[in-house]
Design a protein around this ligand. Structure first.
Ligand SMILES: *[C@@H]1O[C@H](CO)[C@@H](O)[C@H](O)[C@H]1NC(C)=O
Ligand SMILES: *[C@@H]1O[C@H](CO)[C@@H](O)[C@H](O)[C@H]1NC(C)=O
Length: 504
């Protein structure tokens, strides 16, 4: 009896969410990867050490399964096979990133590594052969260690270094690349790598390094935008954006006004930290962030705030420097009330928010942080539309982790439900979403999770020297979706366990 009622409710919910199935005219689909997560070849052909090489070699215990990016998926050697898989999927575009340390081994422009240029030229040519558009990320976390030794993103000199590196990339590859991403997930860089030890270089300067990083990173992003806009766009005619990641926060009790207000504060600290300076008329950091950090700093007896505000020059220089709003989205967490989150260090970004959060929401995945909450995706997109002046959006990452199942019904269900939510806001709320990027083409080196959390459409056997790639069921699901521009309804994509139960 109880079982029957639960099944009936699920059916209603499911058909309610799946109302829209067809994507609008011109909507494009792709998959994403990142250099350090797939390329391998870490110490050959002139590439130098990056911060992830350093972390994984010097502190291997920090990686869940002790793996590293030395070989990863060996895409440095197997790029042609990867491109064949992309062609099989039928994607419109392929999002990948350039390895700074492969192109500029010292991090600076004193020496351009010919083999780095050759590798990316070969990849671009292989993509062109199959009519797959490149969407290229300039920086996806693998900073040359030589620049980290000078302070990395905490050093204001990074503004010049990133601009100089980007100049080389625009010059060498810009004739074939029409879509660029400057920086992937600034929050993860500044908070997780400088304000914590969750990502390389694991500086853990909580409450301090994170804000030094955002100051330099936003300026560096803006300089690269202007370089492209002023110098390269007139000839190359491309587009350039930043990819900002969310964990979307919702109140655990939507009727509780205090929780609702705190969820907004948390979203400003998380997404607004990087989006507000670029995508609002006002510019600069969100007001609530400036206030909270100033108050906390005062309470700590500091002479000035740990978060420095941009001056008028930089507010103007940073504003408007992204042609689209690139959103990486996976999950939603909850805000339960005011106070200091029990896991917050002191001082820290999390303590500065002044809210207690929980991940106890939605279905689970192989990643502790990744809860399945499709309605949160819809709410994030509505919020972005109203907060950022209806900016045109690309979803530059979205995906689901498991332990490497070939019949990956969990991933298919996730994609189906998140894409239904996406269609809903496109049609019902007129949110301008132009394209969708699935993370990821194949299982790869998932940072500190190593290969223990797998997000790929292709399974990668890392015990096989050939790094054999095997398509999962989700590869066929995505292929069919792209071919029809419609969510597949095929029974073979439905979890047989579910079908069995509904037939009882
Ligand atoms: C490159 O790294 C591998 C370990 O991944 C090591 O076995 C090899 O000796 C290194 N090669 C060079 C040239 O340093
Ligand atoms: C980009 O360049 C165009 C053409 O010169 C200019 O009108 C526009 O203001 C520039 N964008 C930004 C954000 O500076």
């Amino acid at each position: 009896m109880a079982t029957a009622i639960i099944i009936a409710l699920l059916a209603i919910t499911h058909s309610g969410i799946a109302h829209y199935t067809k994507f609008p005219e011109g909507f494009t689909f792709g998959v994403a990867t990142a250099s350090h997560q797939i390329e391998g070849a870490w110490n050959v052909s002139g590439k130098s050490e990056n911060v992830w090489d350093r972390l994984t070699h010097s502190r291997p215990w920090m990686i869940a399964d002790g793996t590293n990016g030395d070989i990863a998926c060996d895409s440095y050697n197997k790029y042609q096979e990867d491109v064949d898989h992309l062609a099989y999927l039928g994607v419109d575009f392929y999002r990948f990133s350039l390895s700074w340390a492969r192109i500029l081994p010292t991090g600076r422009v004193d020496h351009v590594n010919p083999d780095g240029i050759r590798y990316y030229n070969a990849l671009l040519d292989a993509l062109a052969e199959k009519n797959i558009e490149p969407l290229v990320t300039l920086f996806h976390w693998d900073l040359p260690q030589s620049l980290q030794d000078l302070g990395g993103w905490a050093n204001p000199k990074m503004i010049d270094y990133f601009r100089d590196y980007s100049d080389v990339c625009f010059r060498e590859f810009g004739d074939r690349i029409k879509s660029w991403i400057t920086i992937n997930e600034p929050y993860e860089i500044c908070e997780d790598a400088y304000g914590d030890d969750k990502k390389a270089p694991a500086i853990d300067s909580h409450g301090v390094g994170n804000y030094l990083c955002s100051d330099n990173l936003l300026k560096a992003h803006a300089e690269v935008y202007h370089l492209y806009n002023d110098t390269y766009r007139p000839q190359q005619n491309g587009r350039i954006m930043i990819s900002i990641n969310s964990i979307w926060y919702e109140p655990s009790d939507p009727e509780d006004a205090e929780q609702v207000a705190l969820a907004e504060v948390a979203n400003q600290f998380k997404f607004g930290w990087f989006a507000h300076p670029i995508f609002t008329e006002e510019g600069g950091y969100p007001a609530v962030m400036v206030e909270n950090v100033a108050q906390q700093s005062q309470a700590e007896g500091l002479p000035k705030s740990r978060l420095e505000q941009f001056d008028d020059y930089w507010i103007e220089r940073i504003k408007g420097t992204s042609d689209f709003l690139g959103i990486n989205h996976y999950t939603t967490h909850l805000v339960t009330g005011p106070g200091v989150d029990p896991i917050a260090k002191s001082p820290s970004w999390l303590k500065d928010i002044g809210a207690v959060t929980t991940m106890n929401v939605g279905g689970d995945s192989a990643s502790e942080w990744l809860r399945v909450v499709p309605t949160g995706f819809a709410n994030l997109l509505r919020w972005c539309k109203s907060s950022y002046n209806d900016a045109p959006i690309y979803i530059t990452e979205n995906g689901f982790s498991d332990r490497g199942d070939l019949d990956d019904y969990g991933r298919i269900q996730y994609l189906n439900d998140y894409l239904s939510a996406l269609l809903h806001v496109i049609y019902e709320d007129d949110v301008k979403v132009l394209g969708y990027t699935l993370w990821t083409l194949m299982d790869n080196f998932e940072w500190r999770a190593g290969f223990s959390e797998r997000f790929g459409l292709y399974y990668v056997d890392i015990t096989d020297p050939e790094r054999l790639r095997t398509p999962k069921l989700s590869a066929d699901y995505y292929k069919q979706l792209i071919a029809a521009r419609e969510l597949p309804e095929d029974d073979r994509f439905k979890n047989p366990a579910h079908i069995d139960r509904s037939e009882l």
